[in-house]
Design a protein. Structure first.
Length: 319
């Protein structure tokens, strides 16, 4: 029994020694855990400092983009508002007030409608002079303009159309009068170079209209300013159109009805008028009738030249 107790006590003593021997290891383990915990506490701070730099860069980029994009966005917003009908009505009112402020002319626009990207339609447009005479009147004016050419000073449109158009221009004592009216007038396409003063038109079509030029002024007139613009038209088509020339000082009086008129290569400049007549049917007020007329006509330096003339009347033909 004594020997067994000694052995147990001896084993118990060994266990104490073993536990004493393991204490340094537990201390080492605790120190390692503290070191790891400290690293874990330090690591978020380091990560946070690393994330601060990209965030500030994003803020800086957004600020710079905002400074440059804000004017463009404001411009697009203003342009977008122009497509809203109430805004369009307000613009019409502002334009009318601006034009009518001087009192020299009076402008009235029934309505303005703007379509994307730049399609303008005016209805019930009237322009009066200071005497109350109608200078321009149209039931409807429509125009579609290309945006990019405008940046270089060129106005391009695939079509300009006027319905029930009336245009009148006279001097103060009505001795000189120019009048044009048409049920339908269309120019398609057209391009106007403002800097070079050039207007190019594909086709001009007029139907059911009237033209009058009257000059009864006997006073000495000052030389008119030269016509600097150059007009070029590929094709002209006129149907059921009456025209009058009333110039008694030059012993010229013409009144005729154009049932059909087609021409190409129309040119009008400072001292040039040229066109190639493809077909013309006309009846003059005296009763003279031309069933068909073809030829190349040119007026330059006060000289008229005619080439390739083909004339057909009810009783004669000339080639």
């Amino acid at each position: 029994m004594k020997s067994r107790k000694r052995k147990e006590s001896k084993g118990f003593g060994e266990t104490k020694e073993d536990s004493k021997a393991t204490k340094p290891d537990s201390v080492n383990t605790l120190s390692e855990e503290q070191t790891t915990a400290k690293k874990q506490l330090d690591s978020p701070q380091e990560g946070t400092s690393e994330k601060k730099s990209p965030r500030w860069r994003r803020i800086l980029v957004r600020t710079v983009l905002g400074v440059f994009l804000a004017p463009l966005l404001l411009l697009f917003l203003i342009i977008g508002l122009l497509y809203v009908p109430p805004i369009q009505d307000a613009v019409v009112q502002a334009v009318e007030n601006k034009v009518n402020k001087g009192g020299e002319v009076h402008l009235s626009i029934g309505s303005l409608r703007l379509g994307f990207p730049l399609k303008v339609k005016l209805k019930e447009t009237t322009l009066l002079d200071a005497r109350g005479d109608t200078m321009l009147q149209a039931d409807e004016l429509s125009l579609r303009v290309s945006l990019l050419p405008l940046l270089s000073g060129i106005v391009e449109s695939d079509r300009l159309r006027a319905e029930n158009l009336s245009f009148n221009l006279s001097n103060k004592d009505y001795t000189t009068l120019t009048s044009l009216s048409a049920k339908s007038l269309e120019l398609a396409p057209l391009s106007a170079n403002l800097s070079r003063e050039m207007l190019d038109v594909g086709t001009i079509a007029i139907s059911e209209g009237h033209f009058l030029y009257s000059d009864r002024d006997t006073t000495k007139q000052e030389p008119s300013a030269p016509f600097l613009w150059h007009l070029s038209v590929s094709r002209v088509k006129v149907n059921d159109f009456d025209f009058e020339l009333d110039m008694p000082n030059d012993s010229l009086l013409v009144k005729a009805s154009l049932h059909r008129f087609e021409a190409k290569n129309f040119q009008l400049g400072e001292d040039l008028l040229a066109f190639d007549v493809q077909s013309m049917k006309v009846k003059e007020q005296s009763g003279a009738v031309v069933n068909d007329l073809q030829g190349d006509f040119k007026l330059q330096d006060k000289v008229i030249t005619v080439q390739s003339l083909d004339f057909l009347s009810p009783n004669s033909q000339l080639q």
